[in-house]
Design a protein around this ligand. Sequence first.
Ligand code: ADP
Length: 598
Amino acid sequence: MFTLEKTIDYITIPAILLNKEKEIIESNSHFKHLFSIKDDFSINGLHINSDIFKENTKNPFILDFINDNIDNIHEKYLTFHDENKKYIRINSLVFKNGTTNYMLVFENISKTFNLSYLYQEILNNTNMGVVICNNINGDFIIKDVNHSYCKLFNITKDDVLNTNIKNFICNNNKLFDTLRHVLDTGKKKMLKKINCANKWLNVVIIKTETDDIIVMVEDVTLETSALEKLEKSDKYKTEFLSNMSHEIRSPLNSIIGFSELLKEVNDDKEKIEQYINIIQKSSESLTKIINDILDISKIEEGKLEINKTNFNLNSFLEELYMVNKTKMKNEKVNFILNIPKNDTTILCDSFRLRQVINNLINNANKFTDSGFIELGYTKKSNFIEFYVKDSGIGIKIDEQNKIFERYSQSAYNNKKTLGHGLGLSISKELISLMGGTIRLESEYGKGSTFIFNIPNNKSIKRFKNLNNNQEIIDVDFSGKKIMIVEDIDFNIKLLESYLENTNAELIVATDGNDAILKYNKHKNNLDIILMDIQLPEINGTDVTRMIRNIDKDTPIIAQTAYAMRDDIDNIMEFGFNDLIHKPIKKEELLKIIYKYIN
Ligand code: ADP
């Protein structure tokens, strides 16, 4: 008779037969092979959860899933001791014929499982959005989407599953028609740069053997807008070059033409003067154009350097004002210089600052027929704000941002030929290289004010080399507030004299109580505290601990005597950031303050 035991032998994949107690009655050679059990080793009578399998697999299978349900399938990843991972599908069949038997068939599905796992990984990690849909009565119903697709349209998987793709890819008709076309013809289709939900997409649509439709979506918005920008800038450049050749040629022609004429005027002084004037003007405008072009190319290559020096701002502006005033011929325009009486020293690139202001004044002059042009500045805490104001033609709101772009000129002014649309963009870049920003306030028909700021770095500062042998030339702590907590008069004087030329504001507290009072008064804008340890009333460590209860940020530097060296570790525990030894040397003091407040 053909018994179940015999059947096991005929099965071509690993299989075993168990009795009701789940002990092995029969096994085939494929099974033994799978679990690396020698052919001549009998496993009959062993319980299915016995150690023999645990020895062969790192994560032994517990076959608690076996029950009396027919066709009981269980899938499990097993890592075998030879480090091979296998994905096994175990199919248990129950036979009831007077007694209960279970037949287990082991299918090694690693290969297909691995592949589908890998495909799943690709699907989950690709930047391309992927949607799989069914065609149900002419509608495309989404049955799966990947992460990138959800991210692209800012949706969750739950939002889209079982819904019509129309709702979620967009209602772009071209796309929908193409979906239908692919469904009808089975031919793959690719759509380039279609606009959906404010994005530019490349889309590939395919139909599978199983009649599913797969839509793959690539977001090319960035590339498209970058390309558009490039095309725009290319267009600008071509326009610019044709403008430039005109701009360059006209002064050049004047120079050549009038130089020729000069030869022929003999002693006619009036003519000589007139021609020389024209040649001079043309040379100036030629120089300006060439300088602008050179600046632009330097800026584009990142090679434009800012050379800062200290100079007196009022004298600088007075001179600049005088030079421009002599150039202004229009008597209907009043040119005003409005500067504070208190003088300011500024650390800045005077050549570039002059270029920016001259440019703004030239523009104001070009676009103002009557009224005034005013140049001035105001001092703010950390920067200086310059302005050039005019009562000229003004700039329309929609053009106000554009005019800072390269090669752009207002469409509304009729003085186009007077410029080449580079001045403001160069000025903006120069100001930014100097650490500032520029903005415009303007009302069309009433006038314009260009306002820009430059950081107010007063003097050459700091250390020759911050890393190695640091050497101090001069330090500028202007705008900074330093609190000195020290009870001995001589030491206070010493610290004050060290910090005298740094422009820092000093607050002196002479004992612990005073320190707490003064800390509370100035805490909102204190930059650093130099804290003596041995103080009358409350000592420096206790004061520091109290401050640290409410303020974790303000740097506190302990001033300690050499005698207290052993206590250094203890001192740091109270919340100091650093310490400086007495007798304090000027260079060390400046370095440590510099380190914490810059
Ligand atoms: P341009 O060499 O053409 O003057 P700019 O970059 O300096 O180049 O200026 C760009 C454009 O901005 C000008 O062509 C003009 O339309 C507008 N503009 C600049 N300054 C003023 C101003 N003060 N009043 C009115 N329009 C101005």
